[in-house]
Design a protein around this ligand. Structure first.
Ligand code: Z5A
Length: 212
C-alpha cells in the first residue's frame, strides 16, 4: 500500500423538493467549511452559465420548446461538461458541494409520461458517484408556507409529487433523508455533522462511478 496517499475531497450532493432549502443549506455549508480552512467548491445544476446551460435556462423559463428526450440529454450534457473539473478538484483534495445532480435529472424526466427510470439513468452512468446525498424533504403544507411556486416549468404540485416519488426509487446507502421542516440553523447543524463525518470517512477511498 502507498504510504501517505493524498486525501481526496468528498462529493456531497443536495436533492429534494421545491423550497426545501437546498440552495440555502449549500451556501451555509460552503461558508462553514471555508471558515474552518477546508478546501471546498460549490457546483449547481443546471449550471445556467454555459452554452448548454443557456438553452436549459430558456427552456425552464418557457422561452423555447425542446423535445423531452433532447432536453433530458442536455441536462446530462450540462453535468458531463463539468465532469473533468469536478474530478480534478476531488482528486486534489477539494470537497464539492453540489446543488442538484443526476438524481434530479432522472426524477424530473421520469415524471413525464412515457419515460422509464432505467432509460433516464443511461446518459449519467459513469459520472462521479456522490459520497453523501442530503435528501431534503418537506410536506406540501410546510412547503406552501415558504412561498408560492415561481413561474418556471415543472413548478406545479402534481408534477412535483411525481418527482418526489421518483426520488424514492433512486435512494441507496449514500442517501440521508433529512426532514427540512426546521429552522435554517438547526438544519445546518445536522447537515454539517453528516458532511464532516463523510469527508473524514471517504478521504482514502477511490472515487466511484454512478450507477456502475
Ligand atoms: N432539473 C431537471 O429537470 N433536470 C436536471 O437534471 C436538473 C434540474 C439538475 C431548476 O432547478 C429546475 O430544473 C428544477 C429541477 C429541474 N425544477 N423545479 N422545480 P434549480 O435548482 O435551478 O431551482 P429550484 O430547484 O426551483 O430551487 P428550489 O427548489 O425552489 O429552491 P431550494 O434551493 O430548495 O430552496 P432555497 O432557495 O434555499 O429556499 C427557498 C425559500 O425558502 C427561500 O425563500 C428561503 O429563504 C426559504 N427557506 C430556506 N430554508 C428555510 C427553512 N429552514 N425554514 C424556513 N424558510 C426557509
Amino acid at each position: 500500500a502507498r504510504l501517505c496517499a493524498m486525501k481526496r475531497g468528498a462529493l456531497i450532493v443536495f436533492e429534494g423538493g421545491d423550497h426545501s432549502g437546498k440552495t440555502t443549506q449549500c451556501t451555509k455549508l460552503i461558508h462553514a467549511f471555508e471558515s474552518a480552512g477546508e478546501k471546498v467548491k460549490l457546483f449547481k445544476f443546471p449550471d445556467r452559465t454555459s452554452t448548454i446551460g443557456q438553452m436549459i435556462n430558456n427552456y425552464l423559463g418557457s422561452k423555447c420548446e425542446i423535445e423531452d428526450h433532447s432536453v433530458h440529454l442536455l441536462f446530462s450534457a450540462n453535468r458531463w461538461e463539468k465532469q473533468p473539473r469536478m474530478m480534478e478538484l476531488l482528486e486534489s483534495g477539494t470537497t464539492l458541494i453540489v446543488d442538484r445532480y443526476a438524481f434530479s435529472g432522472v426524477a424530473f424526466t421520469a415524471a413525464k409520461p412515457g419515460f422509464a427510470i432505467e432509460w433516464c439513468k443511461q446518459p449519467d452512468i459513469g459520472l462521479p458517484r456522490p459520497d453523501l446525498v442530503c435528501f431534503l424533504t418537506l410536506d406540501t403544507e410546510a412547503a406552501a408556507k415558504r412561498g408560492t411556486f415561481g413561474g418556471e416549468r415543472y413548478e406545479r404540485t402534481d408534477f412535483q409529487k411525481k418527482v418526489m416519488n421518483n426520488f424514492e426509487k433512486l435512494k441507496d446507502s449514500t442517501w440521508k433523508e433529512i426532514d427540512a421542516d426546521k429552522s435554517i440553523d438547526d438544519l445546518h447543524k445536522e447537515i454539517l455533522d453528516l458532511a464532516t463525518t463523510t469527508m473524514a470517512s471517504v478521504a482514502q477511498n477511490p472515487i466511484e462511478k454512478l450507477w456502475m
